[in-house]
Write a protein that binds this ligand. Structure first.
Ligand SMILES: [Zn+2]
Ligand SMILES: [Zn+2]
Length: 381
């Protein structure tokens, strides 16, 4: 059949395998081409849905996403158990490493790094961690948190200079420096797709987050007695385990994805918006947390604010990735493959004709297994 949107001859299907458009909805339904109700990396979800795993772990198929959600839930439960038992230092350590370790497993699972695991891991997670360590130590030399701010139990007011330094300057500097290791990845031409850039940026952000949290809580980790009454640590633990890494990861992912788009010759409103969004969200997160704590707002409010900012950031990441996938998946040749999302045997080019998944977001093993279909011209994979 002939696609109404890209005018290519394509196999019958719900979605066009060349351009990803939703078929059979010409005219009467707006947005068939951009099909925002079918997020390209995970078509059963809408683009505007603040889901963590299908956004930051875009190569995971439906089944694997569930496994990662479970692993995350088990990790959170473990932190709660350590907290209730009064093992605060251990709970902090688990919280710091939970999301980054899951990400490491994901990179391995999806083979995002293809044949270059050491280089990619070194320049993303490792590079982010080195920059995080250096920058956080410099920040601490300039500003000592134990004079007041940063200590959740403090009650004195915060000076305006401190607010600007911690709430604005540091987030902006971090957003500039964090993506650098991912951006200077050697052999980056082997990873031309924006979805790869996004994942590398997220990995660098998570590496940064590990160092930052380790330094920030170093005195708690070394100074706290092994066992103490739980107290108010649960709020800090929620930030360290969930919101801090998600903020650092998705902001840097967004910056890296925008740069990847630029290298592909695309720098339009969506990409510039991505850069702005990363900086604005990070400032909102840091500034809001600082001011809410200064007003002695309930700790729960602080967490709600952090969740709102992270949710908005995740949605922007999906929006950018969705459109990048729609544009970039269009050039793969026809091949026989099994869709990693709906598990149908398909003859497809860029998109699964059945569920609409962008096959550029498939794990490397699935891409390698693509066999050029005999009846149609073979293309590069
Ligand atoms: Zn089409
Ligand atoms: Zn499918």
């Amino acid at each position: 059949m002939r696609c109404d949107h890209c005018a290519n001859d394509v196999p019958d299907g719900v979605f066009c395998t060349r351009c990803g458009a939703h078929q059979g909805t010409t005219g009467e339904l707006r947005g068939a081409k951009t099909r925002e109700q079918n997020y390209a990396a995970h078509p059963s979800e809408h683009v505007v849905q603040p889901s963590v795993f299908t956004t930051l772990f875009p190569h995971l198929g439906r089944q694997k996403v569930h496994e990662f959600r479970w692993a995350f839930a088990v990790g959170i439960a473990g932190i709660v158990v350590l907290y209730v038992a009064g093992l605060i230092a251990a709970a902090i350590l688990v919280a710091i490493f939970l999301v980054p370790v899951l990400y490491l497993i994901y990179l391995y699972e999806a083979q995002v790094y293809r044949d270059e695991p050491a280089t990619v891991l070194g320049f993303t997670l490792g590079g982010g961690a080195v920059i995080g360590l250096a920058l956080t130590l410099v920040e601490r030399a300039v500003y000592n948190p134990f004079s007041g701010v940063g200590n959740p139990l403090r009650s004195a007011g915060v000076a305006a200079g401190t607010v600007l330094f911690l709430g604005v300057l540091i987030p902006v500097v971090q957003e500039v420096l964090k993506p650098l290791p991912a951006l200077f990845l050697p052999k980056r031409t082997d990873f031309p797709e924006t979805v790869d850039g996004l994942v590398f940026g997220i990995a660098a952000g998570l590496g940064f987050s590990v160092s930052e949290s380790l330094v920030a809580f170093s005195s708690a980790l070394t100074g706290l007695p092994a066992h103490l009454t739980p107290g108010n640590w649960i709020y800090d633990l929620a930030t360290i385990a969930v919101f801090q890494p998600l903020l650092q990861g998705s902001a840097t992912g967004l910056v890296a994805a925008a740069v990847w788009r630029y290298r592909r010759g695309r720098l339009a409103g969506r990409e510039i918006g991505g850069l702005a969004m990363a900086v604005v969200a990070h400032v909102a997160f840091a500034l809001g947390t600082l001011l809410l704590k200064d007003m002695a707002a309930a700790q729960l409010f602080v967490l709600v604010w952090q969740a709102v900012v992270v949710g908005a950031l995740l949605i922007y990441v999906r929006y950018l990735l969705h459109h990048a996938l729609l544009e970039e998946a269009a050039h793969m040749g026809f091949a026989e493959t099994v869709c990693p999302n709906c598990h149908m045997h398909i003859v497809a080019s860029g998109f699964c004709p059945n569920c609409g998944m962008a096959l550029t977001a498939a794990p490397a093993a699935v891409k390698r297994a693509r066999r050029p279909a005999s009846s149609t011209p073979a293309g590069t994979v």
